[in-house]
Design a protein around this ligand. Sequence first.
Ligand SMILES: Nc1nc2c(ncn2[C@@H]2O[C@H](COP(=O)(O)OP(=O)(O)OP(=O)(O)O)[C@@H](O)[C@H]2O)c(=O)[nH]1
Ligand SMILES: [Mg+2]
Length: 482
Amino acid sequence: MSDNDNEAPLVPYTDILRQECPRLRILVIGKSGAGKSALINAVFGVDATPVSHKTPGVHDINKPLSFPSNDRIIVHDSKGFESGKEDQVQDVLDFIEHRANMPALADRLHAIWVCAEIPFSGSRLFETGVERLLKECRDSVPIIVVFTKLDILRLHVEKKVERQLEERGEDLDDDEFDKVIDVKMDEAVHSLCVQPLCVLTASDSPKYPWVATSNGREPRFKKTIMELVDRALELTKLENIWIEMAIAQRSNAKTSIDASIRIGRKLYWRGLLSDIFIGLSTRKVLDLLHRDIINVWNMDDPAGHLQKPEFLALLSVLVEDLSDEKTNHYPLTERAINAFIENPTSIIISGPTAVVMLFAEWVRGIYKKTKNSLRCMVAFIIDLTLTMDTLFYLVLSRGTGPMTIRLVNKALLIYKARKAPVHASIRAWADRWGTFSHLDSNMVINKIQELLQEYNVKPEQWMMKDEIVDETWIAVDALREM
Ligand SMILES: Nc1nc2c(ncn2[C@@H]2O[C@H](COP(=O)(O)OP(=O)(O)OP(=O)(O)O)[C@@H](O)[C@H]2O)c(=O)[nH]1
Ligand SMILES: [Mg+2]
């Protein structure tokens, strides 16, 4: 560690943004049982279920809900409108206008999601009150109409098609069957939901953007939640609210990657080629990049595993094969180092000092603007992001619940098995640089973006195997190229 570590710390960009707008504020509207809470759960990775499943949720629009497991979101939940209660609709319209015009970004309402269960059994799509609201609402806050419980509709459609096939004595293979169902689903959503929405607002195309969703666990339904996030972000014009929404959501990994790149472009990823890091220790620069990326992914991590130096140290080892300084000058054996970690009090060197021993050689000393260090930093950003991407799908396929070291280890090992072509590409790219002065920061960030888009986890890789991994941090050598 250097003397410069006593300097005023650089602040993560995400912390600066957070001061302006700590939480995304959203209003959900729809009758009891429409699936509002289930939708909030699916998008924001929280548990918004009412205490009793049997009693409908009790809602007061002026008493927003917050969630201990995701403090980036605040939800105003409006009860449905019973017929004849016109003043309730006016209350909501007034609430929206009031919140839309508040001076502080943090107090404003950032999005409205109107939820309606797909009326597959001939029921009404919207209550009268919601119809009035959709007709009268001005566009002061972006509105999305969400048609819920798409999985139930799919079940109905599948049963019907199966019956028809049986009657005709026909048989389809799984792919053909799925294709037929997809077409029928589009038709059904159009006639049951989209058309009535057009009629309501007397327009040829829907006046409001809409998405049909389901909270089902299958990838095809998870995609509907991702689509809702995409639509909601498209409607969000203010950059800082866009970023806040991207951080608050926990259902769309692509969005988290895009948000990291946007934030990186603003300051610190650029900084790798400018002089803002001059004089700082490499470790400090890593800390900063690390904190911004971890903040963007906003995972449920009450124990702070993802913030720990152990995680950072393991990542530094993932990057190590791209460094010119591979020799390990540690005075201690791997075994001794692990003994420190597992039982710090037993040895004179303890806690964070022991962890420092685990950091790869390239992290020691002062940050220098050299080809070698830039290559390592680029790889660090990519390796951390793709490890988080992997972790995201591990968490997603298990449902909500706090982060465990076991999951982080697993993500590191899965990514390690995939990293060879990523590192080969970084090395080839760096080898093509002429002198350092030919590089500009956009070229660097564009390369990071290109690699992240090429190597992020694709939908067909979603369901990852669950293997047993220790509850303690894995050994550094598990990540080292031997
Ligand atoms: N099959 C299926 N069931 C769903 C879906 N979304 C919600 N549900 C179920 O529908 C019921 C009502 O869902 P909630 O999310 O509690 O509805 P709500 O709109 O919050 O209702 P209130 O809190 O009473 O206003 C629950 O039993 C959910 O499990 C979905 O996408 N598919
Ligand atoms: Mg509810």
